[in-house]
Every structure is written in C-alpha cells, then in structure tokens.
Design a protein around this ligand. Structure first.
Ligand SMILES: [Mg+2]
Length: 377
C-alpha cells in the first residue's frame, strides 16, 4: 500500500469521464506524470504562500513513496520582473530551489519572438519602474524604451501624470522624434492606462513608428507612398503589438478579483476602434493561448533531462493545477493536458464554463489525488 508521509488524511476527489489512465513502472512510480502550476490563487494568495503549496511541492521534491522527484513547472500569466529575479524570489518564498526551466512567466515565451527585433527600437510597457526594460534586455533586445522615457522626452505626450522622483531616476534620455519604434510589447499590467493607451494608439497610426507623426491613410496615398507605409521589418502593414497576458481579472489578497492586462487590452481595442474606425491588430500570448502551453511543455521536457530522464518523444501525462476557469481550463483542454481547478483563487463555486478534469479544495489535495491516481495506473 502506498504511504504518503504527510498526506494520509485527505479524501480522494471524484474524477470526471475525461480522466485518463497513467502508465507506471512495475514499482508504481508514474514515469510520465508531470505537473504545471499556476501561481496566483494556486500557490499564493497575494503576497502570501499557501501552506498547502509548500507541502505539495515537498511531495514532488521526493517526499513520496518512491523518494523520487516528480517534474513540475510554474506557469503564470503574471510577470513584470526578469525571470531570474522571479525564480530566486519564488524559490525563497516556496522553500524549494527552482531551476531556470521551471518557471514560465507571461512574457517568458517572448524569448522566441524577439530575435528579429534585437537591434531595433522596441517600446515595452507595463510593470513597476524599469523592471520590464531589464526583462526585455535579458531576452536579447538591445534598444528597449519604456513609457517613462517617452514622457521624459516630451511631457506634452502625456501631460496628465507627472513623472515621479523614482521615474526620473530610471529614465533614459532619448530623442523620440528621431527614433523609429519597430514593435510594442505589453509585458505586464499597465501602471498608467491613459498614458499607455495613448502611446499605443499613437504609434500604431504613426509614420514608420516615430512619435509625433501620423501615417497617411491608404486612400490618400499614391502607389509610391504605399511602398513606404509598412511599419516594422517583416513587411507588416501595422506595427507588431504583442500582449503577454489575456486575463480579464486576477486575484490579489483583496476579497474581490482585480482587473488585469486583458482588461487593459480591451480598453486599447475600444479606443483604437473609436479613434480610427479600425480593429486593433495584435498578437496575444499567455494562457490559454497555444504558444504558452507549447513553451511550457518544452520547458518541462528540458527539466526532465536535468533529472536524468530524457523524454523527448514520449507523451507526458501533464496535470495543470489552476484557479481561473476562464483563462486556464480552455487552454489545458485544447492542449491535451488534464486540469484540476482549485477553490483558492478566482474560482470559488458553481459550474465553470470550461470543464476541468476535476475540482479540488486546494493544491495539496489536488497533487496528492493526481499522484495516487497515477500510481494506481
Ligand atoms: Mg491564477
């Protein structure tokens, strides 16, 4: 009989019909089992780590009947700080040393996207201070500008809010009338929606990505002008605009959900449509979008290699443990992952619109249940 040192008391959950069997070795260790955890509302509530999270990760670190590590990755629509900074902070908070391949923030998959823009000028938005600049630089971008740089260049760009003393310490001086911006990456929640919506809408309608200019409408241009109308190097008619997190809401330690980057994007879409008559051109990353799940699975496989278990071609039995029935379950279902929806975050009760594989009170119950189930085969 399997014995889980610290976890005997919890009840098993009922699993719905979409639960899949998991093959195990003769000794019962579930070789293909792997976990992906959301952070906010699953491992943490606001700044506080849930005690159940530490116990769940203990189990995956080897406090289980086989004394073997079960791989996992943290996958969050949060972000706003360099991955290495976040990895160190989370390792300390959770009491488990995470490796670099165990953390996917909302903007981490952008690493795969930035190469064509490495030497170009890019506007990065969101987050506190210049953390997003440091994040973008860590991904290989070399000319990274933030909203405060633009306001410092010309306060009349956004006269509604003054730069704070902290902002003035981190701005980089630049003449944006001579700087063609090639792409906009929204990498975390905006701290100043009015300013950031204004900057995005202005750049999307600008001539070659230069602030203070306005591109001519196609109907007003002759054919020679049309050849010069593209913004960006990939021949796109519109400047590439990328959002890293589609979440409408997120759960802090406040009792009600707060508006997230998805709400900000909606405001940009609405205002861009109202001012130009056009639909906003953008690319969306973050759960539930496929690129984020593909990236997280590649990270899990890299992590398996570091555990001495290369598993490049075999199908993994991945369980994602989540709290947001809107952003998390649809992506998991579409990606062939199992999902456990918790009641410690955005979701509390009722029938979720997207159906998870199962529902649990907290992360400890979910992990114990999934491991025991996998071990039974
Ligand atoms: Mg969450």
């Amino acid at each position: 009989m399997l014995r889980f040192n610290a976890f005997r008391a919890a009840p098993l959950l009922r699993c719905n019909a979409r639960c899949k069997s998991t093959s195990t070795t003769a000794g019962g260790f579930p070789e293909k089992l792997a976990f992906a955890f959301d952070i906010d509302g699953v491992l943490k509530q606001g700044p506080n780590v849930l005690p159940q999270a530490r116990r769940a990760l203990d189990m995956l670190a080897g406090n289980n009947p086989w004394n073997r590590a079960i791989p996992y990755v943290l996958i969050t629509n949060g972000g706003g700080v360099p991955d290495e900074d976040r990895r160190k902070a989370l390792s300390s908070e959770l009491g488990h040393e995470l490796s670099a391949d165990q953390l996917v923030q909302s903007h981490t998959p952008l690493k795969l996207l930035v190469k064509p823009y490495a030497d170009k000028h890019v506007l990065c938005l969101g987050g506190k201070g210049d953390a997003i600049r440091r994040t973008a630089l860590s991904y290989g971008l070399k000319n990274v500008w933030i909203a405060q740089d633009v306001v410092a260049w010309k306060q009349s760009v956004w006269p509604k809010t003054d730069l704070t003393p902290e902002d003035k310490k981190i701005v980089v001086s630049n003449d944006f009338s001579q700087t063609p911006i090639s792409a906009i990456f929204v990498m975390h929640d905006s701290r100043d929606w009015g300013r950031d919506v204004t900057l995005i809408c202005e750049l999307l309608s600008s001539e070659n990505g230069v602030f203070g200019t306005r591109r001519q409408e196609k109907k007003e241009m002759d054919s020679d002008d049309k050849n010069r109308s593209s913004v960006g190097s990939e021949g796109e008619e519109h400047m590439p605009l990328v959002f890293s997190n589609p979440d409408l809401e997120w759960q802090s330690d406040y009792p009600l959900p707060r508006l997230g980057q998805g709400a900000f994007r909606m405001s940009v879409e609405t205002i861009y449509k109202a001012t130009t008559g056009r639909d906003l051109p953008f690319v969306q990353y973050g759960k539930p979008h496929k690129a984020t799940y593909d990236f997280a699975e590649s990270m899990l496989r890299r992590h398996l290699k570091t555990l001495g278990r290369p598993n490049e071609h075999e199908r993994l039995d991945i369980w994602i443990v989540i709290d947001n029935p809107e952003s998390d379950i649809a992506g998991a279902n579409a990606h062939g992952w199992n999902s456990v929806l918790l009641k410690t975050g955005v979701y509390r009760t009722g029938e979720p619109r997207h159906k998870p594989t199962s529902i649990a009170d907290d992360v400890e119950v979910a992990v114990r249940w999934a491991v025991e189930r996998a071990a039974r085969g």
